[in-house]
Ligand binder design. Structure first.
Ligand SMILES: Cc1cc2nc3c(=O)[nH]c(=O)nc-3n(C[C@H](O)[C@H](O)[C@H](O)COP(=O)(O)OP(=O)(O)OC[C@H]3O[C@@H](n4cnc5c(N)ncnc54)[C@H](O)[C@@H]3O)c2cc1C
Length: 652
């Protein structure tokens, strides 16, 4: 079945609030509309005309239009010299309302200022949570939840006492958690679903979806691919780990590992194992953890993470304590250690947005009614209560900070002035202390007083650009017909997709009937292979910033039609809504032994840029996951704790 025209793809259908690349076209985005606007699409979704809270806004989300322009203006040299003085003073101002910023506010009240401490959290988005965002869809009066960014709590047993303690404090009891994912696996097994692999015509000669990946014998799977005969043989050789030649038979395990550290996985596959380049392209998913091609994945990480092609080397397993010296050792090693912990991963229906919603409840109880981990999932967030005069803690959204400076000499000043821009107007507030829980790269522009060395270190890490798209489907029968619950699609616009893990939590339960709606999660990792890791990220970010929602929509409809059209999927009928969570500044940069930073990729030397960057500066301290060079939620919490301790010291 082919769907070649825009009409066939359903491009004319009512996907709500399209927005376009800035400056190009009509932009009716949530961010530009005040709270309380009516969504013209809601009746089509079976809902009523009503106020749309940020999680329910569809179209281009994540770093949505309206959230980034001020910061980009600052970097281009725009100045806001004449800011309105609000007259507001706080004990603490936190820049950034992600997990780290909200945790910093929480720790400050617990350990420094007490429950009456006046705290202001400023964030440039129209929703709190930073990367840990929640997406909502409604149909026929039913709510469907999914993560818009941060997915899960990986290996909670590896969380530090600080991070585990915070979760416990918020009411998250990991010992009672989590049967949901098992249920889902059982349900998919009952339906005969497995992972699939999609070969697209642009890279593999023809469109073909192969189900049963990892379940059926490799020779059978290889025969069903559109690969050439010799590539099929390579695929079997690689996955069955048979007939592969050890290039270093005389070397010991440690020496072999040292060599694998200096070689990319792609080079290992093609140059050493002699695998066909189409089979190597299939392994590009090894780089998605880092948002790069396999050419930027050190072969040693690929081995540690269990990718195929190493069994014949006889490498000795690396003990966990050598894999992870401290958070920030390296992303690949951290993940290997986490995966090896054997811990069940904790998934909430809206991802780690549950953590940020619980943090908001702890900070401003009226804004997130309820009392337990179970009830927070359906708690009606009161966005109009986040920033009120009568509350000790205030969360001010759509507010981009453009300046943070001590009033007086850095060492003796008793106050810090924070300037932010909201609705095009700059405003000033004062605080006894400031935690910068925003991204490292923007900090030199906020604090020109910092030393050049610290600024350089803050600018070092390049955050990885990626997209989590959520497609709200009228039904998912076509996936059942195809026999897959998800698939890898290397080379395609979205390189992987899967049904959202349906879950029960409290009174929330997601549907399990293939003839009812469900959310399909699609991931796009944006990079340009062939460069250093940082350069791959820079190029990917530029591309992402120039991709319109319309381009996303067309690609999504086209890709799904090509994957599932033969199984009954109709892109014009079956897509109810699309939320594209774009994260041009996504995962925190972690060090990589292949490129500029081999010395920092192992161990924890004190001259790592993240360490130099996070040094306190008078009454200004630095939190955020970037401070640990670790793209994980627990790093964001640990760094918040440290930043608050440092601030306590500075405030005397
Ligand atoms: C798509 C994605 C998926 C992820 N999945 C996982 C996962 O499954 N498990 C896991 O453990 N980790 C995951 N991570 C990593 C994890 O989300 C982060 O490490 C963590 O959420 C970072 O929290 P943070 O508060 O440090 O930063 P952020 O969440 O980025 O929050 C910082 C906030 O500061 C704001 N800000 C920046 N500059 C300014 C300014 N000038 N003024 C005002 N506000 C500003 C930012 O816009 C942002 O809202 C994921 C990350 C991404 C991007």
């Amino acid at each position: 079945m082919t769907f070649s025209s825009d009409h066939d793809l359903g491009m004319g259908r009512s996907i709500p609030r399209r927005d376009f690349v800035s400056g190009v076209g009509v932009a009716l985005t949530g961010s530009l509309l005040p709270f309380g606007f009516a969504d013209p699409f809601m009746p089509l979704l079976g809902g009523r005309q009503e106020r749309i809270d940020p999680p329910a806004r569809t179209g281009m989300r994540g770093t949505h239009d309206g959230s980034w322009e001020t910061a980009h203006g600052l970097v281009r040299g725009e100045a806001w010299d004449r800011a309105l003085d609000t007259g507001e003073t706080y004990d603490l101002v936190v820049v950034g309302g992600g997990i780290s910023g909200l945790s910093a506010a929480h720790f400050f009240r617990r350990q420094v200022g007490g429950p009456d401490a006046r705290v202001l959290v400023l964030d440039n988005h129209d929703d709190f949570g930073g990367h840990a965002k929640r997406n909502e869809f409604r149909h026929d009066g039913r709510l469907y939840l999914v993560n818009g960014g941060t997915l899960n709590v990986e290996a909670p047993s590896q969380y530090s006492p600080v991070a585990a303690g915070l979760l416990w404090d918020l009411g998250i009891d990991r010992t009672r958690y989590w049967t949901g994912t098992e249920e889902v696996r059982r349900r998919y097994a009952e339906l005969g679903l497995s992972r699939g692999y999609f070969f697209d015509r642009e890279h593999f000669g023809e469109d073909r979806l192969v189900s049963g990946w990892g379940r059926r014998p490799w020779s059978e799977l290889a025969a069903r691919t559109p690969l050439s005969e010799s590539a099929r043989a390579d695929l079997v050789r690689l996955y069955e780990e048979r007939g592969l030649v050890d290039p270093w038979p005389r070397l010991g395990s440690d020496e072999k590992k040292a060599r694998l550290t200096r070689m990319s996985y792609r080079d290992w596959l093609i140059d050493v194992l002699g695998v066909d380049s189409s089979v190597a392209l299939m392994q590009d998913s090894s780089g998605h953890l880092f948002v790069t091609g396999a050419d930027a994945v050190p072969a040693i990480y690929a081995w540690e993470m269990g990718y195929p092609g190493f069994a014949h080397l006889g490498l000795e397993a690396t003990p966990p304590e050598r894999l992870i010296d401290e958070p920030g050792g390296s992303h690949g090693r951290e993940n290997a250690a986490r995966a090896g912990s054997g811990d069940p991963t904790m998934y909430f229906p809206d991802g780690n947005a549950t953590i940020t919603r619980l943090l908001v409840r702890a900070l401003i109880p009226e804004a997130m009614p309820g009392s337990s981990m179970e009830d927070v999932v359906l708690a009606p967030a009161a966005y109009d209560r986040l920033d009120r005069d009568d509350s000790a803690v205030r969360i001010r959204l759509s507010s981009t900070v453009v300046g943070v400076r001590h009033l007086g000499d850095t060492d003796s000043a008793r106050e810090v002035e924070v300037t932010y821009v909201r609705d095009g107007t700059a405003r000033r507030v004062r605080a006894r202390g400031v935690v910068l829980a925003c991204w490292n790269q923007i900090i030199p522009w906020l604090c020109p007083e910092l030393s050049d060395t610290q600024k350089e270190a803050l600018g070092y890490g390049e955050k990885a650009p990626l997209v989590y798209t959520n497609v709200f489907l009228r039904r998912w029968r076509s996936l059942v017909d195809a026999g897959v619950s998800g698939a890898s699609a290397p080379g395609s616009f979205h390189q992987s997709l899967g049904l959202s893990t349906s879950l029960r939590m409290g009174a929330y339960t997601s549907g399990q009937n293939p003839d009812e709606p469900a959310v399909l999660r699609m991931s796009r990792y944006v990079y340009e292979a062939g460069h250093s890791r940082r350069e791959q990220h820079r190029r990917g970010r530029r591309e992402l910033q120039q991709t319109s929602f319309e381009a996303f929509e067309r690609n999504i409809r086209d890709q799904l039609a090509r994957m599932f059209g033969d199984h009954g999927f109709d892109p014009a009928e079956d897509v109810l809504a699309i939320t594209v969570n774009r994260w041009p500044h996504g995962y925190t940069y972690s060090y990589n032994p292949l490129f500029e930073d081999p010395r920092w990729a192992f161990g924890t030397p004190d001259d790592r840029p993240c360490v130099v960057a996070r040094q306190p500066f008078g009454r200004i301290t630095i939190a955020n996951a970037d401070a640990a060079a670790s793209p994980h939620s627990d790093a964001a919490i640990n760094e918040a704790y440290r930043a608050v301790q440092e601030l306590r010291g500075a405030m005397g």
